[in-house]
Ligand binder design. Structure first.
Ligand SMILES: [Zn+2]
Length: 337
């Protein structure tokens, strides 16, 4: 677990390690980051650094303390999560009570508040009071997607660490390790910024149907058939609601970027690499300017799609525009070949 964290958040790991070595750890941290950026793992890393029994390799990941921290069974590490929807004052009271128990072991005590932005006002105030009392060797880590959503007094008493989103390569590597096929891992990594979002995309029930729609539209384009007719014939299998239109358009946008990279011969940036033959054929039908203009239209529709009452009509218009070919544009005879 800690190796993966060092992989995806090297700066955070280095910073916590140095602060610990120099005796400059803060007693309250806010770890701000999207799901999948490793905020929870980093909180466990901090706990393990403080409690690991192997001084030479903190955290070793294998000693009794490290293992109990990773399994969430160490009595000195208390994790609070929102019950139904909120974290309430009672959760903070239980935390204080827990840390006053004699069952605690020697060494540091750490509490982790997951989704800290779900603390209601009473819980926030109770936590603030708790933070203001001196508790030597007690460390708190608040995890949240948005530090700005926390009480300002909590923010000012904490050190905020921002967890940047993962790189495309890191997400792809994680998805491959989780057993997703290479094409899917590559696609989801290119279209999202966190593992959680990437997995959510790959678990969308209509995703495969939408990829099939994309394939069939490209086949129709190459054969000179109507995209609108093709779309109407097949779209029922892949489009059920507005979010399906949005995802299909996201896929089209990603594919269009491939076409543009292909036209510019920047093949290393392409995502649908297994589709390179189809892409090569489409590229010969369109100029770079046409491809860029089409991408603009897609992005414009994407921004407006939420407000459309009739997405299908908007899509028809887009598909009509995509049917244009280079040879139709250049009928002036300048290029007789
Ligand atoms: Zn250890």
């Amino acid at each position: 677990m800690f190796e993966t964290l060092a992989d995806i958040q090297p700066a955070v790991v280095k910073m916590l390690k140095n602060s610990h070595l120099k005796g400059r750890l803060s007693h309250a941290y806010i770890f701000e980051g999207d799901p999948g950026t490793g905020t929870y793992e980093a909180a466990l890393y901090l706990a393990a650094r403080l409690l690991c029994l192997d001084e030479a390799a903190r955290p070793c990941g294998v000693c009794n303390n490290c293992r109990r921290i990773m399994n969430n069974t160490h009595p000195n590490v208390h994790v609070i999560r929102p019950g139904k929807r909120q974290i309430v004052k009672e959760d903070i009271r239980l935390l204080q009570e827990d840390f006053n128990k004699t069952a605690l072991e020697n060494g540091a005590k750490i509490y982790i508040i997951d989704e800290a932005h779900t603390m209601n006002a009473y819980a926030s105030n109770a936590l603030l009071k708790f933070l203001e009392e001196p508790h030597p060797n007690l460390y708190g880590v608040l995890l949240t997607r948005d530090a700005g959503a926390l009480l300002e007094t909590l923010q000012s008493r904490s050190q905020i660490l921002r967890f940047t989103t993962m790189s495309r390569n890191q997400i792809e590597k994680n998805l491959l390790e989780a057993g997703y096929p290479a094409e899917q891992a590559r696609l989801a990594a290119a279209m999202t910024h966190t593992i959680a979002h990437a997995e959510a995309l790959l678990n969308e029930p209509n995703l495969l149907g939408q990829l099939d729609v994309l394939d069939q539209l490209h086949a129709a384009l190459i054969k000179g058939k109507s995209l609108v007719t093709t779309f109407h014939r097949i779209h029922d299998t892949a489009i059920e609601g507005s979010s399906d239109y949005e995802r299909l358009l996201d896929l089209m946008i990603r594919y269009q970027k491939d076409l543009i990279y292909g036209k510019m011969r920047h093949y290393g940036q392409c995502v649908f690499v297994e589709d390179s033959e189809t892409q090569a054929q489409i590229i010969t039908m369109k100029t770079e300017a046409m491809l860029l203009e089409e991408l603009d239209m897609m992005l414009e529709l994407r921004a407006k799609l939420k407000h459309y009452i009739n997405e299908r009509l908007a899509f028809d218009n887009l598909l009509l525009a995509l049917e244009r070919r280079m040879d139709l544009e250049e009928t002036s005879g300048r290029h007789p070949l």
